[in-house]
Design a protein around this ligand. Structure first.
Ligand SMILES: Cc1ncc(COP(=O)(O)O)c(C=O)c1O
Length: 378
């Protein structure tokens, strides 16, 4: 696949080819865990054992790399498995910076398992470049970014922060789950690695768990090799069928994410004028503090919205209790709209406001979504 093709073309064609044996247009699913050796003991097809490599996984990794504009990608069994592989690739005692607002599972991993591993983690506000500069006056081995952040949709200036982080000698990883490669391309803006929970927009149908790491051309070779070692030896790899399902979903990613974002932009503007809504967190709104930066690095405001209702915890619970069309559930990025009252869904150290509802905009008609939110808000 020529690298100069546009993302829509990569989404449909990367990692796919017509099967020379049968002419099958859609990719074959290779369930085999093991591959035959030749009489002399060699591996004629370059394949040995599915934990190490598998044609369905290889195809998916090629598609991930093409979509993010990277040179190499690795697929994992979940987003958390991908994050774990990065953290395991660091030497014990490494210093790492994380956003103060980030997916609570990443924070939990860092504060539990990787605290025991000796990781020295600091949580800072990456939307404030003075704070970032001060924190990076000392060397750091890892800078982990998440933009927009989960759940407060804080925006990090990727170009500025990646420059500072590189100067401090850090490997820069951007969790691009909430934007998707269609809206933001962190590698082109200076990150070494783009990370995804592919469970979300890349999968897009709430039916397959997965994770991905995509490495840019200048990612340090030693770091890439260490992560690859954890993927193969640690073995948190996706099953071939999950890879096949994901590759199938990628073809529609560009149209899904654009339509979902268009719905979200309308809903965010409507929520912003609703008398019972105290605050809307959506980078597509001109009042969002990260709006100008998001216009430079993100195509639109994305499909995730958080909003706070007047009346705090109890009021948020009441709104969530009254949706009819929208589903009350965790997760995001699927074709169906989901709403979640976040505070009770997060661990006790959560700093998320009590009255915050997180909304993952789906592909339903926007008027139906607004009607449902309207009746739930009362
Ligand atoms: C931003 C972000 N990163 C990582 C993850 C973890 O992904 P997974 O649930 O696939 O392990 C999530 C899950 O919600 C997420 O929202």
């Amino acid at each position: 696949m020529p690298p100069d093709h546009r993302q829509e073309t990569h989404a449909v064609h990367a990692g796919r080819r017509i099967d020379p044996a049968t002419g099958a247009v859609t990719p074959n699913l290779t369930m085999s865990t093991t591959f035959e050796r030749a009489a002399d003991g060699t591996l004629p097809h370059g394949l040995n054992y599915t934990r190490l490599d598998n044609p369905s996984r290889r195809a998916l990794e090629q598609a991930f790399a093409a979509l993010e504009g990277g040179t190499e990608a690795m697929a994992f069994a979940s987003g958390q498995a991908a994050t774990t592989a990065i953290l395991q690739s660091l030497a014990p005692g490494a210093r790492a910076l994380f956003p103060d607002d980030l997916y609570h599972g990443t924070r939990a991993l860092v504060k539990t398992s990787f605290a025991r591993w000796g990781l020295v983690a600091e949580f800072i506000d990456f939307s404030d470049l003075v704070i970032v500069t001060t924190a990076l006056n000392q060397p750091a081995q890892l800078v982990w970014l998440e933009t927009p952040s989960n759940p407060l949709l804080k925006i990090t200036d990727l170009t500025a922060v990646c420059r500072l982080a590189r100067a401090a000698g850090a490997l820069v990883v951007a969790d691009n789950t909430w934007a998707s490669p269609l809206l933001t391309q962190p590698l082109a803006l200076g990150a070494h690695v783009a990370m995804h929970s592919t469970t979300k927009y890349l999968g897009g149908h709430s039916d397959v768990l997965g994770g991905a790491l995509v490495f840019g051309a200048d990612a340090p070779t030693a770091a890439v090799e260490r992560v690859r070692e954890w993927q193969k030896l640690g073995g948190a790899v996706p099953a071939p069928f999950d890879c096949w399902l994901l590759l199938r979903s990628l073809a529609t990613l560009p149209v899904r994410i654009r339509a979902q974002s268009a719905n979200a932009a309308v809903i965010a503007a409507w929520l912003d004028t609703h008398p019972k809504v105290e605050h809307v967190y959506y980078p597509g709104l001109p009042t969002h503090p990260g709006h100008e930066i998001s216009r430079r690095q993100m195509q639109g405001g994305g499909a995730m919205i958080s909003f706070e209702v007047a009346g705090g915890f109890a009021a948020a619970r009441t709104v969530a209790a009254h949706v009819r069309l929208i589903t009350r559930a965790t997760s995001l990025g699927g074709v169906e709209s989901l709403i979640e009252h976040r505070k009770p869904a997060e661990p006790p150290d959560s700093t998320t406001p009590d009255g915050l509802l997180r909304f993952s905009t789906g592909l339903e008609h926007v008027d139906d979504l607004i009607a449902d939110l309207g009746q739930a808000l009362g």
